[in-house]
Design a protein around this ligand. Structure first.
Ligand SMILES: NC(=O)c1ccc[n+]([C@@H]2O[C@H](COP(=O)([O-])OP(=O)(O)OC[C@H]3O[C@@H](n4cnc5c(N)ncnc54)[C@H](O)[C@@H]3O)[C@@H](O)[C@H]2O)c1
Length: 411
């Protein structure tokens, strides 16, 4: 079978992690031919991993333009810092390379249009690599929604709830981009892990679209408190510094179909990881954190009226898997489950490769990327103006009214 000759741009936590845990195990689909990072040591580490896994030594460079000029690269995985996502993706498309773009928010509305316009000019395969669109719980609930089980969908919510205090405050030592963002911006800076699966479920850009948002941020004191608590080992430049990023950011999006979407960014106070993917319909709901399916037709709702009865139903989502879980999850292997983020990364990279090799439409396209990434920019503006409403552009130029549904996997 033909393989994708892959270049990787950005070999930090994610780029190297994907290489080591997924891509070298997917050699049926991928041959890594080129690597790029601004740091030589990261190129060397990744190059060694490629060779140890039986592939030829890849070309290495600190300049992504050099990688993009090569004839032995069909596609690039862009896993560099957020600020470079759009320029690198556009340069790649112009060089005729297929793009697998890692997630993150954007910095300007113009950048999002640039991404869309460049794709429309070049039409190279482009996929926004939102792995959470492939997770088990999001797909279980989406499959149930597709079968009408929840009735008419009215509201969805989700969060990026992840204690990043260590990652952000150790940013200088780890050469990580998040630190500068948390010091200088106040916005929903990472919307797509929760928004992606919701947007897919609500057919955003395909019969529906996001029309406007409001965004509100709490004060910022989580990072400051963490720095103070760890000041003996902390980068001295951070002691006494104010971080601009609010600790909790809520964003409410209104859709053309009348649905609302609530997003929460929650990354600088103590807590456990959660995406809180929640679907609310006229006949029932799904909540990811406790993995609860509630269908009015099946359950006497009075048992849900106290929190102690909720505990009895924790994880009852399992009972719905046999009937509704998409096959891709029913057939997942142990090796895939162990290979990063519980299996969703492996599924995502197989789906990208299959679509590329078959010349098929990508499951998460440039219109999805632009409309999900722009939320960061608009939330920043809304927060700065005291929660003022912001219009969300229609990146499809009106085509959302006629574009057909495209689920990431068969439901
Ligand atoms: N989907 C997921 O689950 C997931 C998880 C983690 C990170 N990410 C995404 O992956 C991306 C990288 O995150 P990370 O945590 O690995 O960050 P990181 O800072 O550890 O790695 C980014 C790497 O990109 C390199 N880089 C930056 N600018 C570059 C340029 N112009 N040319 C070449 N290399 C450049 C940096 O030197 C660094 O090694 C981000 O977009 C992030 O949002 C996704």
């Amino acid at each position: 079978m033909e393989k994708i000759r892959l270049g990787i741009i950005g070999l930090g936590q994610r780029g190297y992690g994907l290489l080591k845990d997924n891509i070298v195990k997917l050699q049926e689909y991928y041959n890594v031919t080129a690597l790029c990072d601004v740091y030589e040591d990261r190129i060397e580490q990744a190059s060694k991993t490629v060779v140890e896994n039986g592939m030829e030594k890849p070309f290495g460079t600190t300049d992504y333009n050099e990688l993009l000029m090569r004839d032995d690269v069909d596609a690039v995985l862009i896993s560099c810092a957020w600020e470079y996502h759009v320029p690198v993706a556009c340069a790649a498309m112009k060089a005729g390379k297929a793009v697998a773009l890692e997630v993150g928010g954007a910095y300007s509305v113009e950048d999002c249009f640039l991404l869309v316009n460049t794709w429309e000019e070049t039409k190279v395969p482009f996929m926004f690599m939102e792995n959470c669109c492939y997770d088990k719980y999001e797909l279980l609930a989406t499959s149930m929604a597709r079968k009408g089980v929840f009735g008419e969908i009215v509201h969805c919510s989700g969060s990026y709830s992840h204690d990043l205090r260590e990652e952000v405050t150790r940013g200088k030592e780890n050469r990580h981009y998040r630190l500068r963002n948390y010091l200088n911006r106040n916005c929903e800076n990472y919307p797509t892990h929760e928004l992606g699966p919701i947007a897919k479920l609500l057919d955003i850009n395909r019969g529906n679209r996001m029309v406007s948002l409001v965004s509100v941020a709490s004060k910022s004191c989580g990072m400051e408190a963490y720095v103070e608590k760890h000041k003996d080992t902390m980068n001295p430049e951070l002691i006494g510094v104010d971080f601009k990023q609010g600790d909790i950011v809520h964003t409410i999006i209104t859709c053309a179909g009348g649905e609302t979407i609530l997003l929460k960014l929650d990354t600088s106070l103590p807590r456990y990881y959660s995406r809180d993917f929640t679907v609310r319909g006229t006949e029932g709901f799904y909540e990811q954190a406790p993995n609860i399916v509630f269908l009015e037709k099946d359950v006497d709702h009075t048992i849900f009226e106290s929190t102690t009865s909720v505990v009895k139903h924790l994880n009852n989502g399992k009972e719905y898997e046999e009937k509704y879980l998409p096959d891709i999850w029913k057939n997942i292997t142990e090796e895939q489950i162990k290979s990063g983020h519980g299996g969703m990364d492996s599924i995502e990279f197989i789906e990208f490769a299959k679509a590329y090799l078959a010349g098929e439409e990508m499951p998460i396209d440039v219109y999805d990327a632009a409309s999900w990434m722009v939320i960061s920019v608009l939330s920043e503006k809304s927060i700065a103006q005291g929660g003022a409403p912001m219009d969300i552009p229609d990146f499809t130029g009106g085509k959302w009214t006629m574009r057909e549904r495209r689920d990431v996997v068969p439901m």
